[in-house]
Design a protein around this ligand. Structure first.
Ligand SMILES: *[C@@H]1O[C@H](CO)[C@@H](O)[C@H](O)[C@H]1NC(C)=O
Ligand SMILES: *[C@@H]1O[C@H](CO)[C@@H](O)[C@H](O)[C@H]1NC(C)=O
Ligand SMILES: *[C@@H]1O[C@H](CO)[C@@H](O)[C@H](O)[C@H]1NC(C)=O
Ligand SMILES: *[C@@H]1O[C@H](CO)[C@@H](O)[C@H](O)[C@H]1NC(C)=O
Ligand SMILES: *[C@@H]1O[C@H](CO)[C@@H](O)[C@H](O)[C@H]1NC(C)=O
Ligand SMILES: *[C@@H]1O[C@H](CO)[C@@H](O)[C@H](O)[C@H]1NC(C)=O
Ligand SMILES: *[C@@H]1O[C@H](CO)[C@@H](O)[C@H](O)[C@H]1NC(C)=O
Length: 428
């Protein structure tokens, strides 16, 4: 009995359904509003109203962001990009995508404007694709990306307006502005460059006349990626074109002839650096003359070709004085006994930072301690009397007057060996 009833109900439903489709069809019926986002974004959701239509169903967008789905009671079919009609039950669940074809703006982050909204036909995807040739981007309804196509070349998706946003996601972004208010950058100035391989640029003549943008821009004032114009500062990383017209350039040691050690507290403030100048300090060594200063006041470039070295931090071109010792032997250099000129001016670097002076073979000897022979080092450390040897640990400290009278000049090599034996014995 129950089975029979169910059968009748089903057959009735089938007959009624067939009648329905010959006379009328069901179409989704809604208008997108803030309160009903489903009409726009999720037309297959439960609860979307339907309406019986004698003609076709349609989906259309009006250029103001309004989307309408309903009956198309018209002889001529409606067609894209703002409208699509169809003729099966609830067929007007068309996907909405962004359409923007190869224009500079199509590549930007902000392709969210409702003016780009377009209605796709049944089965289409939202697609973003980099155009061959000019690296511009086209966004539109279409077929899905081919399997294996690079994500940097093509992306496709099937939810409403899913092809908005930066594409490809690695696209260069730069600050874009001109005129007053362009000296300091702000997030509202961010654009994606029209070409995927663009760089960012900064140029201008004053704090109120700066221009920033992508090298792929088509605007009046721009710098090309390969520009040699010195007023064009080109950089090649995301949002890198931020430098203000002028900026503080720190301090440096500034002097024309200063090979000697510098007092780091005496660094001189540099003049303000322009956006296209590098900040830092330089040291130029020409023969024995050393010149120091601020990189941004150097007229030439600082390169090895002009014996220039640079460093990036404030006061960094200070010379730390190398540890030195007087180095002389009295039979070669006058003044070695008393450590007076010219012996006094005969100096060597001494990284081990210990100097010595003493008397060997009747000769005054001064040098860096690590240059002395092991025997001499032993004799010195053991403070064996005739050698008068003293070590010291400040730069150029080995200037003690040595006494020639008590030298071992008459003792000779045999005497030296005797002394060594004695010294060894006393050490044991
Ligand atoms: C269409 O959009 C505009 C602006 O967003 C709005 O003022 C208007 O009421 C909308 N029209 C309909 C029919 O929803
Ligand atoms: C019917 O279509 C024509 C053009 O195809 C259009 O101008 C007209 O507004 C449409 N009528 C309705 C009721 O949508
Ligand atoms: C780039 O090329 C596409 C076609 O490949 C064209 O539609 C578009 O207008 C071009 N865009 C620019 C900015 O030249
Ligand atoms: C950059 O700004 C200029 C106006 O200053 C505008 O004409 C241009 O379209 C902008 N470029 C991009 C990529 O938005
Ligand atoms: C995005 O586009 C809208 C409409 O063109 C504009 O008002 C808004 O300032 C843009 N937002 C950004 C971050 O560029
Ligand atoms: C502003 O800068 C541009 C170059 O970026 C230059 O051509 C123009 O003459 C400058 N305008 C003024 C008023 O200095
Ligand atoms: C910086 O730009 C100015 C013009 O704005 C130019 O005269 C100068 O040579 C440039 N400086 C450098 C270091 O390129």
């Amino acid at each position: 009995m129950r089975g029979y009833n169910l059968c009748v109900v089903l057959i009735t439903a089938l007959v009624l359904g067939q009648l329905d489709s010959t006379l009328a069809k069901l179409c989704l019926s809604c208008t997108s509003t803030a309160a009903d986002a489903n009409c726009l974004l999720n037309p297959n959701a439960d609860g979307i109203a339907t309406v019986e239509c004698t003609g076709d169903c349609y989906t259309s967008t009006d250029g103001n962001g309004n989307l309408t789905r309903g009956c198309w009671d018209n002889q001529t079919a409606c067609s894209g990009p703002s409208c699509s009609s169809c003729n099966t039950d609830k067929c007007n669940s068309n996907l909405l995508c962004q359409q923007c074809l190869g224009e500079a703006e199509c590549a930007q982050t902000n392709v969210t404007d409702v003016k780009y909204n377009t209605v796709c036909s049944d089965g289409q995807f939202c697609v973003n694709r980099v155009n061959d040739g000019n690296s511009s981007v086209s966004r539109q309804c279409g077929t899905a990306c081919a399997a294996g196509e690079a994500a940097t070349t093509c992306s496709s998706c099937q939810t409403a307006l899913c092809n908005a946003g930066l594409f490809p996601s690695t696209r260069q972004q730069c600050y874009n502005c001109t005129g007053t208010g362009c000296d300091a950058v702000a997030p509202s100035m961010i654009v994606g460059c029209s070409q995927t391989d663009a760089k960012c640029f900064t140029t201008g003549t004053s704090a109120t006349n700066m221009t920033r943008g992508c090298t792929s821009a088509t605007t009046e004032i721009k710098c090309a990626a390969d520009s040699t114009d010195p007023s064009c500062l080109i950089c090649d990383s995301g949002l890198c074109n931020t430098l203000t017209y002028q900026r503080d350039a720190g301090s440096c040691m500034v002097c024309d002839s200063c090979s000697e050690a510098q007092d780091a507290t005496k660094a001189t403030p540099c003049s303000q650096a322009l956006y296209n100048q590098t900040i830092g300090c330089y040291t130029i060594t020409t023969g024995s003359t050393v010149k120091r200063g601020c990189l941004n006041s150097l007229e030439t470039e600082c390169t090895a070709a002009n014996s220039c070295t640079s460093c990036p931090t404030t006061g960094c071109n200070v010379a730390a004085e190398a540890f030195k010792c007087i180095a002389c032997i009295s039979n070669e250099i006058n003044g070695c006994w008393d450590a007076i000129a010219p012996a006094k001016d005969s100096v060597v670097d001494c990284p081990s930072e210990v100097c010595y002076n003493g008397v060997w073979n009747g000769l005054a000897v001064r040098d860096c301690f690590s240059s002395a022979s092991p025997l001499m080092q032993y004799q010195c450390n053991a403070a064996i009397e005739p050698y008068q040897c003293k070590t010291c640990k400040t730069s150029l400290c080995n200037d003690i007057k040595l006494n020639g009278a008590s030298s071992l000049s008459q003792v000779g090599v045999v005497g030296l060996l005797m002394a060594l034996l004695l010294a060894l014995r006393s050490a044991l």
